[in-house]
Design a protein around this ligand. Structure first.
Ligand SMILES: Nc1nc2c(ncn2[C@@H]2O[C@H](COP(=O)(O)OP(=O)(O)OP(=O)(O)O)[C@@H](O)[C@H]2O)c(=O)[nH]1
Ligand SMILES: [Mg+2]
Length: 444
C-alpha cells in the first residue's frame, strides 16, 4: 500500500545521493519534498509537519554536511525518525500471562474482526498455544457460523453462545472452561456497528469486566484512511486498548493512516492484516516497516517467510539436481507449489529491496501476481496429468501424449507446449548457472 510513497521518496533520495556535498538548502528542499510525499500518502498534516521538523533538526549539523556520504546520512535520519513514528524500537506485544489470558477483538462493522480472530488463532496455534475461540457476536445470526467455519479451517476449538445467553455470561463460561481445560488464550470475536455508540461500548465494557480482560485490541480497516485514526482515538479513550491490528494493508489505500495512527492515538500497532487468507497476518515491527517504506526492503521478514514456506530438504535436493543438470518436471511442480505457498507475488516483491521498482515496472503488480497464480495453477494441472515417467523424461512427450495430457488437464496442446518451452528455458538457465558454479569452484 505504500507504493507511491516509496517511489516518491526513492526519487528524492536518489537526487540527494547524487550530490557530492550537501548544502543546507539542498536539505531544506529535500525535506519540503518529503513533506509533500507524506501528505500525498494521506499522512496526518500535523504528523507530517512534526516529522519534517525533527528530521531537519537532526540533519543540519556538521555531521551530515561534512560526511563523505551526506545523502546516506540524511536517509538514515529519515529512517530513524520513521521508526519512531511507527512505534519505536521496542516491540509491543499482548500480555498473555497469567493463563488463560483473555483477548478481545473489537471494532467497527466489517473491519475484519472475525477474519483476524481466526488468523490470530492460527498464528498462536503455530506457537503451540492452546487457543479457545469464542463467538461473542450474538447480534448477527450468521456471525458465529462464520467464525465456526474459519475456526474449523485453522483447526481451533470454538465456543458458541447458548440460546438467550448474554455476552458477559458467555465470557464467564468461556473462562471457566478454559481454566478447567488448561487453555492458554481465550480469544473473543465481538460484534461491530457502523458507528461507535454507547450501547456497543457498554457491551464491550461488560464483557471486559466479566472476563477481566487486559488485552482489548482494536481491529481497524486501513482502507478508511484518516477516519481510522479518529476511530482508534475514540475506542482507545473508551476501552483502554492494548493495541491495534490494522487490516487490509494489501489494499490500495495510501498508507498515511498506518503512519500516523500510533503517534496520534498513542496506541501501538501489534499486527497487520495483508490479505484474506489465514496466513495473511504479520506481527508489526516498526523498523522493518520503515525499511520497507524507504524501499530498503524487509529482508528479515522475507527470510522468515521463505523459512516458513520452503521445505529445506526439498530445496537442498533441488539444488543438487540443478547443478548436476538433472532438473525435471517433478522439480518444476515442487517449485511452483513452494512459490504459491509464500503467498501473492506482490506481497513478496514488497519485501525485497528494489522490489518496489520491479513492481512499478510490472505496471500492474496485482495483475502480474494473478497472472502468475493462474499460470502456476495451469502448469500444475498439466504436470499432474503426466505419468511419472513423462515428468522425469519430458523428451518422450509426442503429439498423442500431449493430446492426452491437454485433455486430462482441461487445457490445449498449445498450453502444454508453452509449459514445456518454459521448462526448457529454466533448464537452460540451470545449465548455465551450474557451468558458472563449476568455473568458480575451479578458480578457487
Ligand atoms: N484484503 C483483505 N481483506 C480482509 C482483511 N481482513 C479482513 N478482510 C475482509 O474483510 C471482510 C470483513 O471481514 P470480517 O472479518 O467479517 O469483519 P468483521 O469485523 O468481523 O465484521 P462484522 O462481524 O460484521 O462486524 C471480509 O470479506 C474479509 O475477508 C485483510 O487484511 N485484507
Ligand atoms: Mg465479525
Amino acid at each position: 500500500m505504500f507504493e507511491s510513497l516509496t517511489s516518491s521518496l526513492d526519487s528524492i533520495f536518489r537526487k540527494l545521493r547524487g550530490y557530492g556535498r550537501l548544502t543546507e538548502s539542498n536539505i531544506r528542499e529535500a525535506m519540503r519534498e518529503v513533506r509533500m510525499a507524506l501528505l500525498e500518502a494521506d499522512v496526518n498534516y500535523e504528523v507530517a509537519r512534526d516529522f519534517i521538523a525533527k528530521v531537519s533538526e537532526r540533519c543540519v549539523g556538521q555531521e551530515v554536511l561534512e560526511s563523505i556520504t551526506p545523502g546516506q546520512q540524511v536517509i538514515k535520519r529519515v529512517h530513524d525518525e520513521l521508526v519512531l513514528l511507527l512505534g519505536g524500537r521496542q516491540s509491543h506485544r499482548l500480555e498473555l500471562n497469567p493463563r488463560p489470558a483473555p483477548v478481545m477483538l473489537v471494532g467497527l462493522h466489517g473491519s475484519g474482526k472475525t477474519t483476524t480472530a481466526s488468523k490470530l488463532a492460527a498464528l498462536w496455534k503455530k506457537d503451540r498455544l492452546n487457543v479457545l475461540l469464542v463467538g461473542a457476536d450474538i447480534r448477527r445470526p450468521a456471525a458465529v457460523e462464520q467464525l465456526g467455519v474459519l475456526a474449523q479451517q485453522v483447526g481451533v476449538d470454538l465456543l458458541a453462545p447458548e440460546k438467550g445467553e448474554t455476552v458477559p455470561a458467555l465470557g464467564r463460561r468461556a473462562m471457566d472452561l478454559a481454566e478447567a481445560k488448561g487453555r492458554d488464550v481465550v480469544l473473543f470475536d465481538t460484534g461491530g456497528r457502523f458507528q461507535i455508540d454507547e450501547e456497543l461500548v457498554q457491551e464491550l465494557k461488560d464483557l471486559r469486566e466479566a472476563v477481566k480482560c487486559r488485552n482489548t485490541v482494536l481491529v481497524v480497516d486501513a482502507a478508511i484512511g484518516q477516519e481510522s485514526i479518529h476511530v482508534a482515538g475514540v475506542f482507545h479513550k473508551a476501552l483502554e486498548l492494548r493495541g491495534l491490528i490494522l487490516t487490509k494493508l494489501d489494499g490500495d489505500a495510501r498508507g498515511g493512516a498506518a503512519l500516523s495512527i500510533q503517534s496520534v492515538t498513542g496506541c501501538p500497532i501489534l499486527y497487520t492484516g495483508v490479505g484474506e487468507r489465514a496466513g495473511d497476518l504479520e506481527p508489526f515491527y516498526p523498523e522493518r516497516m520503515a525499511s520497507r517504506i524507504l524501499g530498503m526492503g524487509d529482508i528479515v521478514s522475507l527470510v522468515e517467510k521463505v523459512q516458513e514456506s520452503v521445505d529445506l530438504d526439498q530445496a537442498a535436493g533441488l539444488e543438487k539436481r540443478m547443478f548436476s543438470n538433472r532438473l525435471d518436471l517433478e522439480d518444476f511442480l515442487a517449485q511452483l507449489g513452494q512459490l504459491r505457498k509464500m503467498g501473492p507475488l506482490e506481497n513478496i516483491l514488497g519485501m525485497m529491496p528494489m522490489g518496489g521498482q520491479i513492481k512499478a515496472k510490472m505496471k500492474d503488480a496485482a495483475g502480474a501476481g494473478q497472472n502468475f497464480t493462474r499460470f502456476a495453477k495451469r502448469a500444475e494441472a498439466i504436470i499432474r496429468s503426466m505419468t511419472p515417467k513423462e515428468r522425469r523424461h519430458p523428451d518422450i512427450l509426442n503429439a498423442s501424449r500431449k493430446r492426452r495430457i491437454a485433455a486430462g488437464s482441461g487445457t490445449q496442446v498449445q498450453d502444454v507446449n508453452e509449459l514445456l518451452k518454459q521448462f526448457d528455458q529454466a533448464r537452460q538457465m540451470a545449465k548455465q548457472l551450474s557451468g558458472m558454479q563449476k568455473r568458480l569452484r575451479h578458480r578457487r
